[in-house]
Design a protein. Sequence first.
Length: 255
Amino acid sequence: MPSDKLTIETPEQVHLEFVLADIGSRFMAVFADTIIQVILYLVLLIIQRTALAGTMFSDWSGSQVWILAVLIFISFCIYWVYYAAFEALWNGQTPGKRWAGIRVIKETGRAINALEAITRNLVRVVDFLPGIYGVGIVTMLLNSKNRRLGDFAAGTLVVHDRKPKETDLFFNTTEKKADFAVYQAGRLGVPEVELIETFLARRLDIPPEVRFQSATRIADMICTKLGIDPHSRPADTENFLELIVREFRDRAQYR
């Protein structure tokens, strides 16, 4: 039986622990997304019937051809673009995945980009063969990380999405803005802040020694990025990372 836990070492040598999504969770997500797609198809069918019947554009027969072409294009998008667009724009989640509490990430633990979302979903048609994701299910059963062919092609994983609470991210820092140290955290990019937040949200799951080493590596990277003297930061490295995230959220208005 494959392990449901996965430890990923990021390019910054930070250890992050994730819980792999099993077949049941992924089936729940696909089921919900399929229901949404069916509803969209039914709405599209009603519009198509109405348009072609001439009840909406009875005097514009030429326009009906264009309407039909647009509806066919929308139908194509519902099947082929739905998954890729949501996963690329919604942090690796579709509505079904969000409902099931799972999301797609890179093998490195980072958020996926548009290319990876498109790649994994182009291969979806192969995973679906010969029906009801037969190839995909067999592939998931034959590897330890529950990956279907699309995941192998795109270099992705599907994991349970643990939503960080404020208390997960900030249990060392004060709520008072006046106490914030000014580190110019707004100069950081979103990927760096996502790495910090992912670490802070999962730090209690990491062994103490690895947790300390990971926090130190991230803090050193942040200091280098922002030109901060490492000796001037708080002695509590995790407290420093919390301050950085708070300042970034406050100044860059990032959520």
